[in-house]
Design a protein around this ligand. Structure first.
Ligand code: NAD
Ligand code: UD1
Length: 337
């Protein structure tokens, strides 16, 4: 299949590319490299031993996307590109709506003009907000708590309406839980530009000595050990979910939202201990106050992913930590070094 991948140079995109290329799909990456490096694509080529086309461009640049579609003629799109920092999105909401929402509209308009009727979209579990019950199933009410989360819900809605209006159009909205880990080779991984907000990259930077200690955001939650619990999903499992979604587009009608997680939750202290075991490095920590906006626990009901896509997570905490450490220790400064 010919697959156009927006945001393909990013963390999740780069891992997905390796699987797409191995499955003999033809791929064009469309990325403005605002949060990634062309070096990631070079490494994808090395790992997969396949060539890969890429085009530098912004989602909002209608003529550049038009040109990419005219030349590449994709059968399907995997749409990763967008801004993703929850905290940032409170300070610059319009940037999030312009890039994520308006950018997605430009993409869908171009798809419609070229008769490209299949899309897999990167949504997030953040669209659920405070849980009424757990695990979250896909029918749980949607109450995102940030401009970022609301941009994801808006795009979900827009894609749903676009599919309804175009006969033959099909979409899968993948709601990722907490992606972590790296390719087992340690050649590609998550490369946060600033101080990481997310737990796993922060722990990895403490292990490598770039940060002194982990601040645990609260230990008075109603969870197993009082620290926040999340459903961490290995990025390699998540990458496979995109191939499963492309395949499932042949069988579904219309538009489906599907959770991508493991169905299990892990606490901050459990993750810290697992990383210490895998890396052999001490991870000093200090208990701090709760982080505003955090929930105690999140986890996915993963039955729909299994029934509609035949997909389930296979990799556990140890593989998440070992691969993160392989990436972090071989690339202490990310792609920059
Ligand atoms: P990332 O920032 O590593 O990758 C996003 C890619 O999109 C980058 O290569 C960036 O340069 C590109 N990009 C951003 N804005 C663009 C624009 N306007 N035009 C063209 N390219 C643009 O992020 P990621 O972690 O790989 O996430 C991929 C997608 O998954 C995002 O949509 C994100 O919101 C979503 N998601 C991520 C997580 C997570 O924890 N990583 C969780 C849930 C959902
Ligand atoms: C955050 C985003 C979510 C996004 C996800 C990507 C918020 C409110 N939500 O989720 O939209 O999809 O990242 O993975 O920002 N923790 C610490 N110390 C740290 C960092 C985190 O104790 O230095 C704790 C947090 O309090 C939380 C857990 O670790 O309990 C996971 O945090 P994080 O990795 O930031 O993910 P989420 O908050 O689940």
């Amino acid at each position: 299949m010919r697959v156009l991948v927006t945001g393909g140079a990013g963390y999740i995109g780069s891992h997905t590319l390796v699987h797409l290329l191995r499955a003999d799909h033809q791929v064009l990456v469309y990325d403005n490299f605002s949060n990634s490096s062309p070096e990631a694509l070079a490494r994808v080529r090395q790992i997969s031993n396949r060539d890969l086309a890429s085009r530098e461009g912004d989602l909002r640049d209608a003529s550049r996307i038009e040109d990419a579609f005219a030349r590449f003629r994709p059968d399907a799109v995997i749409h990763f590109a967008g801004l993703k920092a929850v905290g940032d999105s409170h300070g610059q909401p319009l940037e999030y709506y312009a890039q994520n929402v308006a950018g997605s509209i430009t993409l869908l308009q171009t798809m419609a003009r070229h008769g490209c009727a299949r899309v897999v979209f990167s949504s997030s579990a953040t669209v659920y907000g405070e849980p009424d019950y757990l695990p979250f199933d896909e029918t749980h009410p949607l109450r995102p708590q940030s401009p970022y989360g609301r941009s994801k819900l808006m795009i979900e809605t827009i894609i749903r309406d676009w599919v309804a209006a175009h006969s033959g159009a099909r979409a899968i909205l993948l709601r990722y839980f907490n992606p972590v880990g790296a390719h087992a080779s340690g050649r590609i991984g998550e490369d946060p530009r600033d101080i990481p907000n997310n737990l796993m990259p922060y722990i990895a930077q403490v292990a490598i000595g770039r940060r002194a200690e982990l601040a645990v955001h609260g230990n008075d939650y109603p969870t197993s050990d009082g620290t926040g619990e999340r459903d961490y999903i290995h990025v390699e499992d998540l990458a496979r979910a995109h191939l499963a979604a492309l395949d499932a587009l042949n069988r579904i009608a219309g538009c489906e939202a599907i959770n991508v997680g493991t169905g299990q939750s892990t606490s901050v202290l459990e993750m810290r201990a697992a990383f210490e075991r895998s890396s052999g490095r001490p991870i000093p920590y200090r208990i701090g106050p709760r982080r505003p906006g955090d929930v105690a626990r999140m986890c996915a009901d993963v039955r729909k992913a299994a029934s509609l896509m035949g997909w389930q997570a296979e990799l556990g905490l140890e593989e998440m930590c070992l691969s993160t450490w392989a990436w972090q220790s071989a690339n202490p400064g990310g792609y920059g070094e």
